[in-house]
Design a protein around this ligand. Structure first.
Ligand code: HEC
Length: 200
């Protein structure tokens, strides 16, 4: 059945011959593609290997990675005893503004804008942080906040590599302001600021 030439790569072949050739090519190429696809799966991930600290009798300490030397500190961490008890710089309005900005970037997602622990991440299932307004944290020294930002605590990871030291103190100052804002008394109102009679 000569139906005339086909356009494209099979030009000059009859329709039937072209179709047969295409089928033969497909049959030949299919296993090649399958083999290629299987080859892709043989990544380094699936090869035999030791995961960190997996038991390894050949290693000097019996584990695939060397154990940490006692007293070793993670990069950027600061031992608690080296942190000053109180904010070591003057608490100025510009420090508070810087702290507010950094707090908004790094802490609000979990701790919430007022520090009560009701950020957006806990709403999506991340473990809820404690409120800064609980008594334990109201009476904790400034150092404690600096230490938690620097080294992390339990489920909260460390921010030492993202928040430089001066910014950590700025954040601590701002957290102090948040705590005070929720426990303010009339005596905290600066002189000269009137309070309307009707409380509005
Ligand atoms: C991804 C969520 C997340 C972010 C972001 C986060 N935290 Fe936390 N934070 C937590 C969780 C969870 C805890 C509770 C940790 C625990 O005890 O398991 C916590 C606990 C704390 C505590 C209380 C520690 C105590 O003694 O109970 C402080 C203070 C704190 N965070 C400060 C900060 C500051 C400051 C920032 C921003 C630099 C920040 N956190 C960012 C999740 C977060």
């Amino acid at each position: 059945m000569a139906v005339g030439g086909q356009p494209g790569p099979f030009r000059g072949l009859s329709y039937v011959a072209g179709a047969q050739l295409a089928r033969a090519l497909a049959a030949w190429l299919a296993p090649c593609f399958a083999a290629l696809a299987m080859g892709c799966d043989q990544s380094m991930y699936t090869q035999p290997k030791l995961t960190p600290y997996a038991p390894d009798p050949r290693a000097p300490q019996g584990t695939s990675a060397r154990l940490l030397v006692p007293g070793v500190q993670p990069h950027g961490s600061v031992p608690a005893e080296q942190i000053p008890e109180s904010i070591p710089v003057p608490v100025t309005m510009s420090l508070l503004k810087r702290g507010q900005e950094r707090y908004g970037i790094f802490c609000v997602p979990c701790h919430g804008p007022v520090g009560n622990g009701e950020g957006i991440l806990p709403a999506y299932g991340f473990p809820s942080p404690p409120s800064y307004l609980k008594q334990e944290l109201l009476s904790a020294p400034d150092r404690h906040f600096f230490q938690v930002i620097t080294n992390g605590k339990d489920k909260m990871y460390a921010y030492a590599d993202r928040v430089p030291r001066p910014d950590r103190w700025a954040i601590v100052a701002y957290i102090r302001a948040l705590q005070r804002s929720q426990h303010a008394s009339l005596a905290d109102v600066p002189p000269g600021i009137g309070i309307p009679e009707n409380g509005q």
